[in-house]
Design a protein around this ligand. Sequence first.
Ligand SMILES: [Zn+2]
Length: 284
Amino acid sequence: MEVISISSHSRNLAFFNWPDASKAALKEGSTIVWPFGACEQHGPHLPLITDTLFAESVLFEVLERLPKDLPIWSLPSQSIGFSPEHLGFPGTLSLPGTLMMEIVGEIGKQLANMGFQRLVLFNAHGGQIGLLQAIARELRIQCPSISVLPCFLWSGVDELRDLIPNKEVEQGLHAALAETSLMLSFDPDLVGDSRPFDGDSKNYGNSNMEVPSGWSLEGAAPCAWLTNELSQSGVIGDSRGANSQLGDSLRRVLVEHWEELFLNLMKSKWPPVDSSKKLNTNNS
Ligand SMILES: [Zn+2]
């Protein structure tokens, strides 16, 4: 199977002319989905653009499955994100967090001014989850007419627990079993031959660093880790068992999960009140 770019898709707002974009913005429930990825190292076997391709490819399949009359469109991807943890590896490009906040705040404001009512930040890079959540709250205050939903591709997908080990689900490991397998499903030509096992808390590639007891790389009590302190290969976790059958299963559960969530969102009246009036008088 091949990666299909959403850039060629009729649901991509950037392919509209301006009168059609204007009509789209003014539809009841008009919703924009902005894919967020990264340009960052993904071990010696996956491309820098891995997260961006995942966000685009899953979103493309989800939008294809939604009823054609729903007022939901994508934007071109934000393919350079906030990836300071991977800067120790060549090829990684990262924007400062403050600049990310400015970019998303500015584009969000422009979308709100056009009349769009919802903005989903559809993110596939685990290192910018918190940042996008913070931006979403700020934007919500600054532009009360648009509701902002920052989500992460791999979060909240219960079926993943049947497919990959709990540790990888909980700690959001990097370029390991899940990401390598998913890429084998979308485009095996982009996956190299090596399958590193590295940077895992039981198997540090280049140091005696150990996460303190009760703390973790991600999850409940996370450490703000830098990849090159934990891993020589750039992988955090175990990619040895990756295979395309697992990738196909991951792809199916991700697409089905996000299809359901987008359908629920489009059926809903979210946000619940005329928030522009409420937030102006109550900023607590
Ligand atoms: Zn990734």
